[in-house]
Ligand binder design. Structure first.
Ligand SMILES: [Zn+2]
Length: 298
């Protein structure tokens, strides 16, 4: 490594620093989709024009399933636990992915779930018990209510949240607050009723984990494009705009749950925003794993 490399620069695309805090993106698996599937409400000609740079010869783009791990001093936060481990072993789940970077569940101090879709909470339980025994788990109050009562009370999300609730490990979050020094929850409702993003700050450096608020890189320049599974259209757009504004203002590194790059956002002279990828996140953290595309992503 050259002595002239900028502070914080590293060769590893899935590992970066925010001031003194180490961040790791765990890529659980990958999939492919089409713009018409992901953004069904966007006029076809505009959608085709603006997504063209991301598409392969088959007209598809790639996405990932990712979690973010933040190490703040001797404290460790896990943000999203990804899809469940696959029965054929090709996707080891959160415990296997953490093991690949030398972290065990007992090293973890807090688990944040951005929202209750199964590709984000699949690792909350193992064989019906909380995977992270004795660890604080944070979910937004509205999210927890949505997935554990009423129509969803017997659904897949409830079956993952309930053992963690019954073990007394869930803290229901309301407004913006810090869960570890420098790790702050940002309520960003819209994709789901209580979707959470996470802001990481150390010194003058910042990162933002945007979860599914930004489903794809094109959402930086097109924050009004809702994703097929955004539940509340107006709030989803407002939250996306607020995140893009915040990232541009702070020079944040942004990481999404399904974006294949991490990068930064700048204001474009004349209005709007530009996205500049810093690194591709194409390498799964463990053995190569591929979803068939349009089934699991939420
Ligand atoms: Zn998702």
């Amino acid at each position: 490594m050259s002595a002239l490399a900028p502070v914080g620069w590293r060769m590893e695309p899935d590992r970066f620093w925010v001031g003194a805090m180490e961040c790791r993106v765990l890529v659980h698996g990958r999939g492919r989709g089409t713009p018409a599937w992901m953004f069904p409400d966007v006029p076809a000609d505009r959608r085709a024009e603006l997504t063209a740079p991301y598409l392969d010869a088959a007209g598809e783009f790639e996405f990932v399933y990712a979690s973010l791990i933040v190490r703040a001093g001797d404290r460790v936060a896990v943000v999203d636990t990804g899809p469940p481990a696959s029965s054929d072993g090709s996707e080891p789940g959160i415990v296997g992915a953490l093991a690949a970077i030398g972290v065990t569940p007992t090293d973890v101090d807090v688990v944040v779930s951005s929202h209750g879709h199964l590709d984000h909470i699949g690792g909350l339980t193992t064989a019906g018990e909380a995977t992270f025994a004795g660890v604080r788990h944070i979910v937004h109050q509205r999210e927890l209510e949505y997935w554990t009562t009423g129509l969803e009370a017997n659904g897949g999300a409830a079956s993952l949240f309930r053992p963690v609730m019954e073990a007394g490990l869930i803290e229901a979050a309301g407004g913006e607050h810090e869960v570890l020094p420098g790790v702050r929850l940002l309520p960003t409702p819209g994709h789901t009723p209580g979707h959470l993003s996470v802001a990481i700050t150390s010194g003058r450096e910042h990162a933002l984990y945007v979860g599914d608020s930004l489903a794809h890189e094109v959402n930086v320049t097109e924050p009004d494009w809702n994703h097929f599974s955004d539940m509340l259209a107006g709030p989803a757009i407002r939250s996306r705009r607020a995140l893009v504004e915040r990232a541009a203002r702070d020079g944040s590194i942004i990481v999404g749950s399904h974006m294949t790059t991490r990068g930064r956002i700048t204001r474009r002279s004349g209005g709007g925003f530009l996205y500049r990828p810093d690194a591709a996140l194409h390498a799964p953290t463990t053995a190569a794993a591929t979803h068939d595309g349009t089934d699991g992503l939420r």
